[in-house]
Design a protein around this ligand. Structure first.
Ligand SMILES: [Zn+2]
Ligand SMILES: [Zn+2]
Length: 130
C-alpha cells in the first residue's frame, strides 16, 4: 500500500480514523495510528469518550454495590432485632407450655409475633440483588 499523500512512498500503516495509508513522514505520534493532525484529534476524542463511558460504568457499578450493601445491613438489622424480641419470648412461652400453663404461654407468643414478623420482613423485603 502507498501513502495517500506521497504516492511514491510506501505506507507503514493504515489510519485508524480515515483508513488511508500513511508513510513514516505523515504518521502523527500518539496512541492509535493516525495519518494527520485532524485524524489524531478525532481518535483522541473517541478514546476520551470511551474512557468517560468506562468511568461512568465503573461508578454505577459502585452505586449498585453500595445499594446491595445497604440491603445487607437492613436485613441484618431486622433479622437481628426480630431475633432479640422473638427468642426470649418464645423461650418463655415454651417454658410455660412445658409447665402446662397455656394461659401464661399465650401472651408470650403474642409478644414473640412482632419479632417473628420483623425477621420475615427482613428476609423477604431485602431478598435478591438490585
Ligand atoms: Zn486519517
Ligand atoms: Zn506520507
Amino acid at each position: 500500500m502507498r501513502c495517500f499523500e506521497h504516492r511514491e512512498r510506501e505506507a507503514i500503516g493504515v489510519c485508524r480514523a480515515c483508513g488511508r495509508g500513511a508513510c513514516e513522514r505523515c504518521v502523527v505520534a500518539g496512541g492509535e495510528f493516525a495519518c494527520s493532525d485532524a485524524c489524531r484529534a478525532q481518535l483522541d476524542e473517541a478514546a476520551a469518550t470511551r474512557a468517560r463511558e468506562l468511568a461512568l460504568m465503573v461508578r454505577s457499578e459502585h452505586l449498585l454495590e453500595r445499594a446491595n450493601n445497604n440491603r445487607g445491613i437492613t436485613r441484618a438489622l431486622y433479622v437481628g432485632l426480630g431475633g432479640v424480641i422473638a427468642a426470649p419470648t418464645l423461650l418463655l412461652a415454651l417454658l410455660h407450655l412445658l409447665g402446662g400453663d397455656l394461659f401464661a404461654a399465650l401472651p408470650m407468643l403474642g409478644l414473640a409475633l412482632p419479632g417473628i414478623l420483623m425477621i420475615r420482613f427482613g428476609l423477604t423485603v431485602t431478598r435478591g440483588r438490585v
